[in-house]
Design a binder for this molecule. Structure first.
Ligand SMILES: O=c1ccn([C@H]2C[C@H](O)[C@@H](CO)O2)c(=O)[nH]1
Ligand SMILES: [Zn+2]
Length: 159
């Protein structure tokens, strides 16, 4: 496995049309959000930061539970906060963990991100040194099912 820095393309910073300062802020907030993770069972801290269309950044962290299945990931925490605070358009998501190579959002999170974000949206995954790998949502969740598919229901005509 090559070092993470080699997995990253030279033009990644600009190719998504993001303001470089916004990206720095997004990374810092994702890294800092790890401090508020509640993870007494896994000791695996995850921080997430979501960049909304108006430039606001909403953060989340993983919240675990003694009944293990009940815990939630940082990404779903951030999304639930953002959506319930009235945000519905997102430009980027950053996730930070203390491992190298970086962790990527789990399957459940990818599906919830799919609910609210475009397939072209970049997902930046930061490792313990602060290097990142970036993939679009469409790359992380190919041939996905989403809200538009329900609009194609034939049965809907009969409702
Ligand atoms: O992308 C990920 C992967 C894992 N976790 C959390 C869930 C659990 O609390 C801990 C270990 O799986 O990390 C996240 O928050 N996001
Ligand atoms: Zn997850």
């Amino acid at each position: 496995m090559p070092p993470v820095s080699l997995l990253r393309n030279k033009d990644d910073d600009t190719k998504f049309g993001l303001d470089p300062n916004a990206l720095v802020g997004l990374k810092e907030k994702a890294v800092a959000a790890k401090d508020v993770a509640y993870c007494p069972y896994s000791y695996f801290r995850v921080g997430c930061a979501l960049l909304t269309e108006d430039g606001t950044i909403i953060v989340g962290a993983n919240v675990e539970c003694a009944s293990y299945n009940v815990g939630t990931c940082a990404e779903r925490c951030a999304l639930a906060k953002a959506v319930t605070e009235g945000y519905s358009k997102f430009k980027a998501l950053a996730v930070s963990t203390d491992i190298t190579p970086p962790a990527s959002p789990c399957g459940m999170c990818r599906q919830l991100i799919r609910e609210f974000c475009p397939l072209t949206m970049p997902i930046f995954m930061y490792d313990k040194e602060g290097s990142y790998v970036v993939k679009t949502l469409g790359e992380l969740l190919p041939m996905s099912f989403g809200p538009d598919d329900l609009k194609r229901r034939e049965a809907r005509k009969e409702l």
